[in-house]
Design a protein around this ligand. Structure first.
Ligand code: CDT
Length: 319
């Protein structure tokens, strides 16, 4: 029996560093209303959607840094999003920066159409660096500002399917997709803030959009799952970020994709039952996986990569 759902990625354009939460939330409510008008039962907002993406700046004032985090969810500022979602009967996914005791996480929640929390995830693959690197045009300080997530990669039964979560850089790692796939995720929702420019590897800048879709499409296909991915896009306080928010089918096909780098809704009709086309066939895990040979993926330290290359380049032959 078909299990249809209309899903939407609510892409956000840049959020100014001094933009109040209430303004960002008002923009998100407007996107949610648009998505609902297109029949969406689920709206996916970006990573850290309530503020400018502050890991792009060195912030040494603790109070200023903390002002980007949420201590409560919902809060006075975010309550209008929860209220409107309940009124419309729409579920949503929201990324935000969370303080929990002495820990700080890059977090996302999945909220049901009744306003109840369905699932929560804290980002594991934190990219970037810990110290100030003034040579960069912008920083990437997630490793400094956030703790590693401690909730694994949850998959819950919701919206008539099985819904999993990850956040931004996680999408580049096949281990994440397979862990979600092994839990029979039929839809993976995620947000991202991806700069167009990688200061360490500018020769890859023209491939940022390609690598985004490559990761999402491969993750979807190899695990037979739908994906909804929402960007925070555009020129945010000097850092240009890619768009490309999209809905991907379990076949790896992109069903809908954003056309701008501003606030935009991207919607598509999905049917959870179509996941079986892939997972009963080419990626039938029970029939075809060979887990007894996969141990090295999870074991200990990775093989040296750069050091081996450096050695062969710097050492004389035979030395
Ligand atoms: N927010 C986030 O995780 N951004 C990283 C930037 C990596 S540098 C190319 C990402 O994977 O998109």
């Amino acid at each position: 029996m078909p299990r249809p759902l209309t899903v939407a990625a609510a892409q956000l354009g840049p959020i100014a560093r001094d933009e109040p939460r209430a303004s960002a939330v008002a923009r998100m409510v407007a996107l949610m209303e648009k998505a609902h008008a297109r029949g969406a039962g689920l709206v996916v907002f970006p990573e850290a959607a309530l503020t400018a993406f502050f890991p792009h700046w060195w912030i040494d004032d603790p109070a200023e840094l903390e002002s980007h985090f949420e201590r409560a969810m919902p809060s006075k500022d975010t309550a209008p999003l929860f209220t409107r979602a309940r009124e419309l009967g729409v579920a949503f996914h929201l990324g935000y920066s969370e303080i929990d005791g002495d820990k700080r996480f890059n977090t996302a929640i999945l909220v049901g159409a009744d306003g109840m929390l369905l699932s929560k995830y804290r980002k594991v693959h934190l990219p970037g660096h810990r110290e100030h690197e003034p040579w960069r045009p912008f920083q990437n300080l997630e490793k400094r500002y956030f703790d590693r997530g401690d909730l694994g990669w949850p998959v819950v039964g919701a919206l008539a399917g099985r819904v999993g979560m990850c956040i931004c850089n996680d999408r580049r790692w096949p281990e994440v997709w397979r862990i979600l796939g092994l839990q029979n995720a039929e839809l993976v929702v995620l947000g991202y803030n991806t700069p167009q420019n990688d200061p360490r590897a500018p020769e890859l800048d023209h491939l940022q959009d390609f690598h985004n879709h490559l990761s999402l499409q491969a993750g979807a296909y190899q695990n037979g799952t739908y994906v909804v991915a929402a960007a925070k896009a555009g020129l945010e306080e000097g850092c240009e970020m890619i768009g490309g928010s999209c809905v991907v089918a379990p076949t790896g096909e992109i069903l809908a994709v954003s056309a701008t780098r501003g606030d935009e809704v991207v919607a598509a009709d999905i049917d959870f039952d179509r996941c079986a086309e892939i997972r009963r066939n080419i990626f039938n895990f029970a029939e075809h996986r060979q887990p007894d040979l996969y141990g090295p993926i999870a074991a200990g330290a990775p093989a040296p990569r750069l050091s081996a290359i450096e050695m062969t380049e710097s050492e004389p032959a035979g030395g």
